[in-house]
Design a protein around this ligand. Structure first.
Ligand code: ZN
Length: 210
């Protein structure tokens, strides 16, 4: 072997080493690019699935809101359907045979049993509690009667009746209103339903003097 041939061999070897180093660094660049690319892709995928999760959480919340709105509407409709019918409450006047004085009563025949409290509320302010003739638990289909005033003493005002579902122990099918308002109370409480009825005294006949 000559010196020149040796030098050639060394040069060739050096060149191959350089090629190998270049190839290795290209591979390294490639791996780095791939890694970066895939982590970006998985970050994108994670972002995408987070958005999808947010969307499905929003959809679940919307449908829960819609369900609770629908339930609310149903309960309010049931509340109105269970309300005592004000058309069944009317005023009557009767002469008390003991005193021979004309008395004003309010009578009503409820479609379901209610616990009731009533007041005669004066236009000038103030009120007086009224007592139901038999019981303040009104039975289904039975006329209930409450004394308001003697007609001669009648002061302008209205009768306010506050209703609750009748208590379970009252010997009837238990029922209630599930709208969320109080379903029991005493005389001082606001009723679950409130009815106000006004009595207008009949005008005395006009007398025309010729
Ligand atoms: Zn109700």
């Amino acid at each position: 072997m000559t010196l020149a041939a040796d030098a050639n061999t060394v040069e060739t070897a050096t060149m191959w080493i350089a090629v190998a180093a270049l190839a290795a660094s290209l591979v390294a660049v490639g791996i780095a690019w791939w890694n970066g690319h895939s982590s970006r892709r998985s970050a994108d995928a994670a972002e995408g699935s987070k958005n999808a999760a947010d969307r499905s959480a929003d959809a679940a919340k919307d449908s829960a809101d819609a369900a609770s709105r629908a339930l609310r509407v149903d309960l309010e409709r049931a509340h109105r359907e269970l309300e005592p019918d004000r058309e069944t409450a009317t005023f009557v006047t009767e002469v008390n045979p003991r005193t021979d004085r004309e008395c004003l009563f309010l009578v009503m025949t409820p479609a379901r049993p209610y616990l009731v409290h009533a007041d005669y509320v004066f236009d000038t302010g103030g009120r007086t509690p009224l007592s139901w003739r038999d019981s303040n638990v009104l039975a289904t289909g039975v006329e209930a009667k409450v004394f308001v005033a003697e007609v001669a003493d009648f002061k302008p005002g209205h009768v306010e009746i506050r209703f609750f579902p009748a208590p379970d122990q009252a010997g009837h099918e238990p029922w209630t209103c599930e709208c969320g308002q109080p379903t029991a109370g005493d005389h001082a409480d606001r009723g679950h339903w409130v009815m106000r009825k006004r009595w207008i005294p009949p005008q005395p006949p006009m007398v025309a003097w010729a």
